[in-house]
Design a binder for this molecule. Structure first.
Ligand SMILES: NC(=O)C1=CN([C@@H]2O[C@H](COP(=O)(O)OP(=O)(O)OC[C@H]3O[C@@H](n4cnc5c(N)ncnc54)[C@H](O)[C@@H]3O)[C@@H](O)[C@H]2O)[C@@H](O)CC1
Ligand SMILES: Nc1ncnc2c1ncn2[C@@H]1O[C@H](COP(=O)(O)OP(=O)(O)O)[C@@H](O)[C@H]1O
Ligand SMILES: [K+]
Length: 507
């Protein structure tokens, strides 16, 4: 799903009004109807609803929601927070409609007028939307602080009031902390970035009928990854295929005390469909790997505890994954260099392979174009230095991917893949149960397995992060986020693949 910046959302609005028989007031009505419908489907009419409105179009949405909820039998009250009486035209129309339908909004002109809310009330935040131009101050700030002091559920309309959609939060800036945000038509970039996203709570995107031509034809570097995108390139296995069809993967992983990382990535690689897997491991890993994963072949290094440079290996691997648990021994630095020099096609680099690269930037010249790098934020910082904020980091990713012709998957709640062309894809699957040892190793295995099957590096990154997250979601549903382990993510890869393949695969 495309992610548009605020100016483009405004354009989409204007385009829709120009090309469809719909006015801006009707568009607001559609948006408010979608919100009211969502609230009605989740909260019974016995729950009182308190709607806090501003004087712009976000406030107009709130006033319309109040009227629509009342029409459906809810006790809904609107408050209009304003130190002046200037309302946007559509906000003014909706104030009038609310008055005509019975009771208009109660004015709040000072923080002392903040009401005592009925017990168990649902709070709707329609103070400010994407029209935010400056950090909250004065009355607006006081009201948001009061809302944040409440223990009630808070639904933000379009975006939590005070949050910038396309720029980092202001220093000392405050924003409504929502339980849930109902975003019109698109995700906002802020909902996908760690500094701002937590305040949005759970985000639901509500369609409001913006023109499909505008959406299809307008380019944006930002997209979210969802099942629809994945199904465009997911390849079902052909009946008359054999293991060679699905590629031979090589994983260079593990060191003394960290053979688990090798095992996790190896199993994840095979469970993602690679035809054959060879594992380059230190000697200490031979028995554990052969015992725990008989399907994998072992290429043992001379050294007992860590990877060392070895004989030339001319096997034409379709993919090579390097890094989980390898440590940073000087011999291993040379082993990495040898592997990179020998790789004729994109590789997957993770964990200590990235840490080595950070300490030995001279190795960059050996990283094949199209390779996938999977840093978590700390590894990213080691590679490219610290950043002032999430947006500065996106820019740095863009530059690094272009300079080195690689794909970077910056891991996190919404792992973000950046391409050499400067496009960003945010993953939407996964959950906090995946914040557990070895989750990243399983991702490396999955990516190496998909690359072996001749998915392009971009397809590998998108399918890999999505399926990793979906497997994590299935694991969390079965076991709880607390109890699931990285191996449970691997055990639920099957459910995630079945979901993508669709029902015909399940018979
Ligand atoms: N295509 C869409 O997404 C649609 C959007 N609509 C709504 O329209 C909203 C945008 O409306 P507006 O552009 O009127 O913007 P807002 O409703 O965010 O309000 C902007 C007003 O608030 C003032 N303001 C900005 N920062 C402030 C601050 N820190 N403290 C106090 N006042 C401040 C501005 O000067 C301006 O007068 C969206 O968020 C959404 O709720 C819907 O009504 C219809 C369709
Ligand atoms: N809160 C979270 N929500 C969704 N995914 C998460 C969360 N925490 C971690 N993950 C995922 O788990 C993986 C963790 O990777 P990493 O930090 O390298 O772990 P490890 O080094 O233990 O293998 C990443 O793919 C990340 O996206
Ligand atoms: K809002």
């Amino acid at each position: 799903m495309k992610v548009f910046t605020t100016p483009l959302i405004r354009d989409a609005d204007a385009y829709t009004i120009r090309h469809l028989p719909i006015s801006s007031t009707d568009l607001m009505e559609k948006a408010a109807t979608a919100c009211a419908h969502w609230i009605c489907s989740r909260f019974p009419a016995t729950v009182p609803v308190c709607v806090f409105c501003g004087t712009g179009n976000n406030g107009g949405d709130g006033l319309a929601v109040t009227r629509l909820l009342r029409a459906r039998g809810y006790t809904a009250q609107a408050w209009l927070v304003t130190s002046a009486d200037r309302l946007s035209p559509d906000c003014a129309i909706n104030r009038e409609r609310l008055e005509q339908a019975g009771e208009g909004p109660v004015m709040i002109r000072s923080a002392t007028e903040f009401p005592l809310l009925p017990a168990g009330a649902l709070v709707v935040d329609a103070l400010l939307g994407t029209g935010l131009t400056r950090p909250l101050s004065g009355l607006m700030r006081d009201i948001v602080l009061r809302i944040n002091d409440l223990h009630n559920p808070v639904i933000s309309v379009d975006i939590p009031s005070g949050m910038y959609a396309d720029q980092p939060p202001a220093k000392d800036g405050i924003t409504v902390r929502a339980t849930h945000t109902l975003s019109f038509m698109f995700y906002k970039l802020a909902f996908l970035l760690p500094a701002s996203a937590p305040a949005a709570g759970k985000v639901t995107v509500l369609p409001i009928g913006l023109h499909p031509d505008y959406i299809a034809e307008t380019p944006t570097p930002y997209q979210t990854i969802d099942a629809r995108l994945i199904r465009r390139f997911y390849k079902k296995r052909a009946a008359f295929s054999h293991k060679g069809t699905y590629g031979h993967a090589l994983l260079a992983a593990g060191s003394f005390g960290k053979m688990g990382a090798a095992l996790l990535s190896a199993r994840a690689c095979l469970c993602s469909g690679a035809g054959l897997l060879s594992c380059r491991i230190p000697r200490c890993g031979y028995i554990p790997l052969q015992t725990a994963l008989p399907e994998a072949m072992c290429l043992c290094d001379e050294e007992e505890t860590h990877l060392v440079p070895g004989e030339r290996d001319d096997t034409p691997y379709q993919s090579i994954g390097i890094g989980p648990g390898i440590g940073q021994h000087p011999d291993t630095v040379r082993a990495l260099e040898q592997l990179l020099q020998g790789a004729g096609s994109p590789v997957v680099l993770d964990a200590d392979a990235l840490n080595i690269l950070a300490r030995h930037p001279e190795l960059w010249k050996h990283v094949p174009a199209g390779s996938l790098l999977t840093p978590h934020p700390k590894e990213f910082e080691r590679l490219f230095g610290p950043d002032a904020d999430d947006f500065a980091r996106l820019e740095k990713m863009r530059k690094a991917c272009a300079e080195h012709s690689v794909y970077i998957i910056l891991k996190g709640h919404h792992s973000c893949t950046c391409t050499p062309e400067g496009n960003f894809f945010f993953n939407t699957s996964g959950n906090a149960g995946m914040a557990t040892a070895g989750s990243g190793d399983t991702l490396t295995g999955i990516l190496t397995g998909l690359l072996a099957q001749r998915y392009t590096p971009l397809e590998t990154a998108l399918l890999g992060t999505y399926i990793h997250g979906r497997a994590g979601d299935h694991a969390a549903a079965a076991l709880s986020p607390e109890s699931m382990l990285a191996s449970d993510i691997i055990d639920h890869l099957g459910a995630a693949f079945l979901e993508i393949a669709g029902t015909d695969m399940q018979h």
